[in-house]
Design a protein around this ligand. Structure first.
Ligand code: LMR
Length: 409
């Protein structure tokens, strides 16, 4: 018997936990009864429980009781109905790109998988291999793009002084980008900052990008979750598609349908004509097949069932709006509680930012203090998931923020 140190893997060093998902690991290891997980962006009810939407339960019951359904492999590109309906959802049913048949949509493994397939395709078939991502951005973005073979550069996005958009910085950096470069844009509810451009600013960004032939790659992880309206949250994407130009869009149903672990998403590539779109799709199949052959059937069937039935769709929009409203009300409650406690600082960004996250402005030291002393878990950049908060827990969070801010003041 060889000793364990003789392992052919003995040289392998322990990797650090993921900066976002690792927060949940630390939270799970904490025995404290008052612990609170504001790390990962996952919706919780007022009682702090994960939520399965009623409409999802109903769709699942329909699927289970339909004996004609089988478990055969899906095609490489996934469930055809799901793909069509996903494109309609993001681009709008009256989108010219759809009517002219110049969009190809493939089912992928949630947002991450869609980004990865899109990036692998670009690395193989697009003339420019540089992708510009905002500072800051979702921690997984640079890893996904780098591993796919793209070279990652950044553009200014967030201004810590104003806790708002660094619009001039953004325009300057995109103006300096080489012609044809790829630009990653958060479709709405920017993660982690909760800061989105206004409609007018989106108009300017579009103009600049089109004039420099920059290729937009949208990450749409929160459609309907930011404002409560599916159409409002798709406006930036639709603005770019309406001008007839090309773009990529990665969609996720993790948050807006609560299908986190089902890994349901889609990648759409909008082309200038149907012939190109068909050829692009044929190449996407060559990207997907050696990666995971074909996507899973269950989650996409839930989504397709809901999207194609008028009544289920209506029900979904109501449940979605209720989730968005609860988050908006959490923002208000947290802001008011900090005000009434007299916690030093201007906290108005909490109600100005949008979507799942508040970028509090707390530093890594203050975050570590809140975790140590108050058992409150969040990413070290000071991002808190508003979806993990409840009215009941607001006072505990406010006490922690107050103590963190006054201790270092
Ligand atoms: C987050 O940012 O918390 C979510 O998008 C979940 C994840 O996979 O990181």
């Amino acid at each position: 018997m060889s000793a364990p140190s003789d392992s052919v893997f003995a040289h392998v060093v322990r990797a650090p936990e993921d900066p976002i998902l690792g927060v949940t690991v630390a939270y799970n290891n904490d025995p404290s009864p008052v612990k609170l997980n504001l790390g990962v962006g996952a919706y919780r009810t007022e009682e702090g429980k994960p939520l399965v939407l009623d409409v999802v339960r109903r769709a699942e019951e329909m699927l289970v009781s339909d004996r004609s359904r089988v478990k055969e492999y899906l095609p490489i590109t996934g469930l055809a109905d799901f793909n069509k309906l996903s494109a309609k959802l993001i681009f709008g049913a009256d989108s010219n790109a759809i009517l002219e048949n110049r969009v190809t949509t493939v089912q992928c493994l949630s947002g991450t998988g869609s980004l990865r397939v899109g990036a692998e395709f670009l690395a193989k078939h697009y003339s420019q291999h540089t992708i510009y991502i905002p500072v800051p951005t979702w921690g997984n973005h640079p890893k996904v793009f780098t591993l796919a073979g793209l070279s990652v550069k950044t553009y200014r996005y967030y201004n810590p002084e104003t806790r708002g958009l660094d619009f001039q910085g953004l325009l300057d950096d995109l103006s300096d980008a080489p012609e044809g470069a790829i630009v990653l844009l958060h479709a709405c509810a920017h993660n982690p900052t909760g800061v989105d451009p206004t409609a007018e600013q989106w108009g300017n960004i579009r103009q600049l990008m089109r004039s420099k032939k920059l290729l937009p790659f949208f990450d749409s992880a929160y459609q309907g979750f930011a404002s409560g309206s599916l159409d409002t949250d798709a406006q930036a994407v639709r603005l770019f598609v309406a001008d007839g130009g090309e773009c990529l869009v990665a969609q996720s149903y993790a948050k807006n349908m609560g299908l986190y672990g089902e890994r349901v998403g889609a990648l759409s590539i909008v082309c200038t004509n149907g012939d190109v779109a068909a050829r692009v799709e044929s190449q996407l199949k060559l990207v997907i097949r050696p990666m995971y052959s074909s996507p899973p059937i269950h989650g996409a069937s839930i989504v397709a069932t809901i999207l194609k039935d008028r009544q289920l769709f209506e029900e979904w929009t109501l449940e979605l709006k209720a989730m968005a409203d609860r988050i908006i009300s959490m923002r208000q409650q947290l802001f008011e509680a900090l005000q009434s406690k007299g916690t030093p600082g201007d906290w108005s960004h909490i109600i100005k930012q949008i979507g799942m996250f508040t970028f509090t402005g707390l530093n890594a030291d203050q975050v570590a203090f809140m975790t140590r002393e108050y058992h409150i878990y969040m990413t070290s950049d000071g991002r808190i998931s508003m979806a993990g908060l409840s009215s009941q827990k607001v006072p505990h969070l406010v006490d922690a923020i107050h103590a963190a801010v006054t201790k270092s003041a």
